[in-house]
Design a protein around this ligand. Sequence first.
Ligand SMILES: CC(C)[C@H](C(=O)O)[C@@H](O)C(=O)O
Ligand code: SF4
Length: 459
Amino acid sequence: MGLTLYQKMRDAHEVRRFKDGSSLIYIDRIMLHERTGSIALSNMIDEGRGIMAPEMVFSTIDHIVDTRPGRPGGTRMPGGQVFIDEMRRTTGELGLRLFGTDDARQGIVHVIAPEQGIALPGITMVCPDSHTCTLGGVGALAWGIGSTDCEHALATRTLRIASHRQMRIRLEGVRPGWLTAKDIIIHLICRFGAGFGAGHVIEFAGPVVEGMEVEERLTLCNMGVEFAAFTALVAPDRKTLDYVRGRAFAPRAEDVPEAEVQWMALASDADAVFDRDIAVDVSGIAPTVSWGTSPEHATPVDGLLPGEPGLEAAYRYVGLEPGTPILGQPIDGAFIGSCTNSRLSDLRRAADLLRGRMVPASVRAVCAPGSTAVKRAAEAEGLDAIFRDAGFEWHEAGCAFCFYAGGETFAPGARVVSSTNRNFEGRQGPGVRTHIASPETVAWSAVNGRISDVREVLL
Ligand SMILES: CC(C)[C@H](C(=O)O)[C@@H](O)C(=O)O
Ligand code: SF4
């Protein structure tokens, strides 16, 4: 019987298989950020434990640090400075790499991992952060862990994982030019339900995935955890190899040929058995936005809001009515950023829609590039000027606007179209109503001052 991509990667890293089917897995690389990583590292120091392979640990400061231009206050999160200070102290004491706020490699952990070549095809990676699944987009077996597991991984370079079920989602059909990976993943979560991936590893495959750029695959895998999956993956291909080559922590030039042969062999066998094998035709998928308080509360942008029972609390929070259109809903805010959609390709596509246009004064629009490197690259090609001229605030790299670190937010009750991945109550701040969507939908809605259909301009 053939093996799935996931099974091959697991087997290649398996130190031991237990009777219950779980496995002890060798961990290649570990990433940390100040919100959770600082806690794991202080515990390690307090317990007198050493780090098994310090050179394989990569840390950054992204979550609670302000993204305001210049970051004048460090962080506005009450009590937040201690996480930043602890991250600096503990990484210093333990001799770990830290991409701090003064480092050109700083950024949202899941954005810098592929960007710096830390995430690579075929490696195992963990980080105490749920969106570590993003890295499946480059063919890494990567998943989010809790603090205790993080300490275990730091101390032993291994982790025990359960035996996961296998799901493949094959994306087929003709993808319209305006249809983004974000629309597709929100559509899938809405169609199958936010719990559909529970207990599974999801492999995204099929011609539409093969046609996607690597940064789009990162967006697709990013929301694997919003599908409740253990993680998500895309098999590496030529595009992945081109993407990875030459990045700072990728293999050295002389090792590349051998590595690439190994990476290209990473694919599910033709006779691999999946517990669920689903084909989805993307041809009919519309630009998709969330309306409620779960990513599964979503709708085609030109659809009417659903009226099933059980959605009352969500409707109350968002201040909308079943049976009404989402299209045309006036908005107060627009946000482009987060580990889902803040890479250079996202900013370019949004800028294309903003060029020569202006966001109305009633809308507060913010862009926080995913990393300092993305920010600088965007500035080098003049994207910052396009965003600013359109009325967007141009921020530093970080998470703060995505998850309300405690400071940066929109006004209570504000309706915000956002390129992020979560929309539960208060996610972007007290009372803020988040509609998750593609960066294109965010940009186009921002200039119109209402939730808008990108097909008006991109068809
Ligand atoms: C703070 C962190 C642990 C959290 C996560 O794990 O996802 C954050 O990144 C988020 O998106 O809510
Ligand atoms: S950008 Fe948002 S979703 Fe991503 S890691 Fe940061 S807080 Fe979590």
